[in-house]
Structures are given as C-alpha cells and as structure tokens.
Design a protein around this ligand. Structure first.
Ligand SMILES: Cc1cc2nc3c(=O)[nH]c(=O)nc-3n(C[C@H](O)[C@H](O)[C@H](O)COP(=O)(O)OP(=O)(O)OC[C@H]3O[C@@H](n4cnc5c(N)ncnc54)[C@H](O)[C@@H]3O)c2cc1C
Length: 496
C-alpha cells in the first residue's frame, strides 16, 4: 500500500466494485475492506434485483417505490434509479452475471409490495452471483490495489475537505494515513451494532461514527428496516434470511394455531409490525412460515439455498413449517449525498447502503438496494471523472508539511503540478519525499501521530480496537435516539 492514491474506495461490495470499474483505467485506486473479500452484504442478497422491464412499467415501479417509502423518497433519485436500471443490468450481463431465463428470455419474479413481476434473480443467491463476478473483474484491474482486513478508522479532513483516510492493518496493528484526491465510502450498513441482524457483524457503521465526529451531514439515521422473516434461532449469530420472494411465490404465515393472520405481501415495516403483534398475542417467540403452500414453482429448484440451510437446522421445508421472526436488515438512512453521490464534505463521496440519496424514503422496496447501490456508485465514478475542474468538489490535493499544492487529479498527470504550485524540483528541501509523479513515497510519509494535531486525530483511541468499536456504537445509537426524539417533537408540535 502506497501513501497517495487518486481515489480511495472503502468497501468491496457492489457499490465499491462498481465505483472502481467505472473510473478511468489510469486512476490510481486503493480499495480497502474490513474483513475477507466475500464478507460484504452484497454477497448475501438472495431475492434479486429490480429492473424496468419495459417503459409501460415506469409509473407502477415509481409508485411502488414511493408507496413502500411512505412518500418520503427523493423523487429525482427514484427516477434516476429506474431510468438507469436497464443499462446497469445489461452491463452486469456483459460482465458475465447470469439471471434466470426460460426459453432464452429473462424471468421476472415478484416480492412484497411490488404490484407486478420486475425482479431478476439467480436461484436464491443473486447477490453472490453479481458480487463475485464484479470482484473478479476488479481483482484483474492493474490500477487497483485491493487490501482486505484493512479498516478505515478515521478520515484526514480540514476545513470541510477530505484529504484521505487513516487505516488500521488488522495483521500488524499499524495505523497508516493514506492521502487521496477523492474518497469513496462504500462501506455498507449498520447491522453489526444490533443483537439480531441479517447483516455481517463487521458492518458497524464506521463511516457514520466518523461523520458524527466531523460534522458530515447525515439523513434519516433512524430509518432502519426490520426484515419480517428470518429463521428463528436461540444462537447469537448472523440471522439467516428467508427471502421475500418465498412469500411472493405463495408461502403463507401462520400463527401458533396454524391460522393465517396477515396479508403476506404487505410492505416490510407493516408486515413486521403485524408479526410482532401476533407474537405478543400468542405469547410466542416466533410465528410459522409454510412453504408447503407453494404450488406454482418447485421449491427445491427455486430456493435451493434456503432449502439446504433449513435442512441443516432440522427443517424439511417440503413437509415442515419453519419458525420465523423479524430482525434488523437494512438501513435506509445514512450519509447524506446529492444526485452525484457527493457528501456534505468536499472530496468525499458515498454510495450503497452507507449513503442516503433518498431513493428508499422511510422504507425500502424489496430488491431495490442492489440496483440503487450500483446506479449511484456509477454516478459518483462518472462525476469524479467528468468534472475534473469542478472547484466545488475537486480542488487540490493537500499534503501537510509539503509545498506541493494545486495537483490536478484527472488532468494531465505527466504535466506535473499546476503552474502556481511549487513542484518537487522547486522545493529542494522536500524533493526527496515525492516520486516522479509527485506522489508521496512510503519511507518519508508522515505518521498518524505526526498528523494528529493538524487533523485532530486520536491515535490512542484507534489503537484499542474494542474501545474504538464501543465508542462508535455509542455515538451511532445516541444519534439514532436524538433523531427519533427530534421527530417526535416535530409531530407533537404539528398536532398541538
Ligand atoms: C441477507 C440479506 C439479503 C439481501 N437481499 C437483497 C436482495 O435480494 N436484493 C437487494 O436489492 N438487496 C438485498 N439486500 C441488501 C443488499 O445486499 C445491500 O444493501 C447491498 O449489497 C449493499 O451493498 P454495499 O456495497 O453498499 O455494502 P456491502 O456489500 O455491505 O459492503 C460493505 C463493504 O464495506 C466494508 N467496510 C465496512 N466498514 C469498513 C471500514 N471501516 N473499513 C474498511 N472497509 C469497511 C466491508 O468490509 C464491505 O466490504 C440483502 C441484504 C442482506 C443482509
């Protein structure tokens, strides 16, 4: 890992990979990821990915997304996601992603709160199919340095401009400041701070905690989606999700006496509420999901992964009902971004579950998140590329202690620093710390301790991983509670 990159991408799920794949091939990219390469929620997506199958479905797709989101969605973002959907799917297929077909035609399935079939899928492992293909493509890019087990623990920022990130190497424990022209947060959701969640435990909302510290604008931080049906278990580990499409294909929910008690295709928030109410009424810790009611498709063929996992837990879904319960699943809120996926801090972008571009409003429509992550990651990459001179977002790379300023990020790198800058050759005292392109070299680059005063960093806190995680969790919970309190006060004022 070097000490200066054009772009640092934090996260290797679909948002991170699609960003890397849409930056120019001469962009020097560092991609870091907190765990193993396949430890991202993108690998877990089961149900599928939405697409505008033909123009006649536009109004209905738009309305379904808004209705699920309680009309709190940003309409321009929804429009952009829907209109970009087909080209994104075509790109995925060009990259080798396979979706289910019949007689050579794509098959569209349906999930809760969709008024028609518009979801593409690959068995019940759509996320794995998409993400593994994208990761493989990124791994082949010569301009991308990919580092697993490397955690972003803070950003380098001054005057509301992001200059890079501070990372901790899990194996060595080293703290390393890495400078960049632009930073992209593609670091996923917050399930790791919950007791019951379908997410990977490493997804602990680190970017949100960093945002709170550095006053980066957040939006809808209390909008957390609870998935209505995960496999009930007494064990404390990631909960196994029973995809919505199971209910879309005809599975029924039953109470303790075996009776149906709800419309299984209600939006997620309303269905979760109905299940909690039923559990309270029945005095049970779960309700039942009956997959034997599915008659339209062969369950073993359509949901092989669910069938296999349930068998491992002792349930044969072709004969037994399975116990299900709601759990934390998705985060609609996040780091506020505009139409170009740019945050409130210059040089800092965000896409995917970590960000809030307003597509999902107060509640996400099933299978919209993979699509939203891909569309807005691509948007960010194209914006960074197409607007190299946009003063609002780009500006200059600033390297403390150096006289190198005014470096063009996507301009002619070979031309060296801008005219008004003092290039390496002009600053005799510090010339040795740059390579021929003006990049910092590893040997002489400043340490986190040296930078701590300039950037208000707290190296001692970063070195204690448990303390760091606890503090971040507390910061996020506080913010969620504060936001809830604020919204209650607003509602009370309206009604009084
Ligand atoms: C069980 C399950 C099923 C789902 N099913 C569907 C579905 O059918 N359809 C759909 O559209 N959506 C589905 N979703 C949601 C969807 O998978 C996610 O919203 C989407 O994949 C998010 O992608 P992402 O790239 O933003 O984040 P992720 O794929 O979660 O990637 C986050 C990345 O950030 C890295 N990271 C986090 N913090 C740090 C840090 N501090 N430093 C370095 N790296 C960091 C992680 O290591 C990881 O690589 C499902 C989610 C789950 C959990």
């Amino acid at each position: 890992m070097e000490r200066y990159y054009d772009v640092i991408i934090v996260g290797s799920g679909v948002a991170g990979c699609f960003t890397a794949l849409h930056l120019p091939s001469d962009t020097k990219i560092l991609m870091i990821t907190k765990g193993d390469i396949d430890e991202s929620d993108s690998f877990l997506a089961q149900g599928g990915i939405c697409v505008l199958k033909d123009d006649s479905d536009y109004d209905s797709f738009f309305e379904d997304t808004l209705r699920a989101g309680h009309y709190e969605n940003r309409k321009a973002s929804v429009d952009m996601m829907i209109r970009s959907s087909r080209s994104v799917i075509e790109e995925l297929m060009e990259d080798g992603v396979e979706f289910a077909t019949k007689d050579g035609e794509l098959i569209y399935t349906r999930e809760g709160a969709h008024s028609t079939n518009r979801i593409l899928y690959h068995e019940d492992v759509t996320g794995k199919e998409i993400t593994s293909k994208l990761v493989a493509k990124v791994q082949k890019l010569p301009n991308v340095t990919l580092r697993t087990h490397t955690q972003m623990i803070d950003i380098l920022c001054r005057d509301n401009i992001c200059d890079g990130v501070v990372v901790r190497d899990e194996e060595t424990g080293d703290l390393i400041p890495v400078f960049a022209g632009n930073v992209m947060w593609a670091c996923g959701g917050i399930g790791g701070i919950y007791e019951n969640s379908t997410n990977f435990p490493i997804l602990t909302g680190d970017a949100l905690a960093i945002s709170i510290l550095h006053h980066i604008t957040l939006e809808h931080i209390n909008y957390v989606q609870i998935h209505p049906t995960v496999l009930y278990s007494k064990k404390h580990e990631r909960r196994f999700l029973i995809s919505e499409s199971v209910r879309g294909e005809g599975a029924l929910l039953r109470d303790k006496d075996g009776n149906r008690f709800v419309n299984e295709l209600l939006p997620r928030d309303l269905l979760s509420k109905a299940i909690y109410e039923q559990m309270e009424k029945d005095g049970t810790e779960h309700v039942w999901l009956d997959l034997t009611a599915i008659t339209k498709v062969d369950v073993k063929e359509r949901f092989p992964n669910i069938v296999k996992h349930c068998l491992e837990e002792g349930y044969d879904v072709t004969k037994d009902w399975i116990p299900v319960v709601p759990a934390q699943h998705y985060f609609m809120g996040g780091v506020f971004v505009d139409q170009h996926s740019h945050t409130s801090m210059r040089h800092l972008y965000a896409a995917g579950e970590v960000s809030c571009n307003g597509v999902h409003g107060a509640n996400r429509l099933a299978s919209n998140s993979l699509l939203e992550s891909l569309v807005f990651a691509k948007t960010a990459a194209l914006y960074m590329t197409e607007h190299p001179d946009d003063e609002e977002y780009q500006g200059t790379v600033r390297i403390p202690g150096s006289s190198l300023q005014g470096f063009s990020l996507f301009g002619d790198m070979d031309a060296g620093p801008a005219e008004d800058a003092e290039g390496p050759e002009r600053s005799a005292g510090t010339a040795h710390i740059y390579d021929e392109k003006g990049y910092l070299t590893a040997a002489q680059a400043p340490t986190v301790d040296e930078l701590s005063a300039i950037y208000e960093l707290t190296p001692d806190e970063y070195r204690d991983a448990d303390l760091y995680a606890q503090k971040n969790k507390a910061r996020i919970w506080n913010e969620i509670h504060n936001e809830e309190r604020r919204q209650k006060e607003i509602k009370n004022k309206r009604y009084n």
